[in-house]
Design a protein around this ligand. Structure first.
Ligand code: HEC
Length: 112
């Protein structure tokens, strides 16, 4: 992990920190190292990173509802959107570990 990556990561963390106080735990321990530490639970990641746009209960807010996303999209498609972003949806490929994206996608794909 070089300086540039960890600095970017820190800035990303700080940015989200201003949105959600809950992220303090997520950013505090690892020193911004995306690839170390235990993967977080999908619900915890959702609350930290997704809730502002997709709503407390997946009901949608500025972004579409995800309550029944599994009915129209596969886990693979959802993982791709989380990874790369799409239109107004930011990409989380640099903020989340691959296994976290996968777990989040599987969790969402089960919402039907
Ligand atoms: C800054 C606001 C924002 C945040 C934060 C955000 N999203 Fe999104 N998301 C959007 C928007 C806007 C769209 C619609 C994109 C489009 O029209 O193509 C979207 C679309 C999606 C879709 C596809 C929905 C569909 O019906 O096709 C999924 C899945 C998704 N987001 C998951 C997530 C997850 C998981 C997170 C957290 C890791 C997240 N989003 C965080 C704004 C956001």
């Amino acid at each position: 992990m070089n300086m540039r990556v960890s600095k970017t990561r820190m800035i990303a963390c700080l940015g989200v920190l201003t949105l959600t106080a809950g992220l303090a735990a997520g950013c505090g321990g690892g020193g911004g190292a995306a690839q170390s530490g235990e993967p977080r639970e999908p619900e915890a990641i959702y609350k930290q990173l997704c809730i502002n746009c997709h709503g407390n209960n997946l009901e949608g807010r500025s972004a579409p509802a995800l309550k029944t996303i599994g009915a129209t999209k596969s886990a693979e498609e959802i993982a791709g959107i989380i990874q790369k972003g799409q239109n107004g949806m930011p990409s989380f490929g640099k903020m989340l570990k691959p296994e976290e994206i996968q777990a989040l996608a599987d969790w969402l794909a089960a919402k039907k």
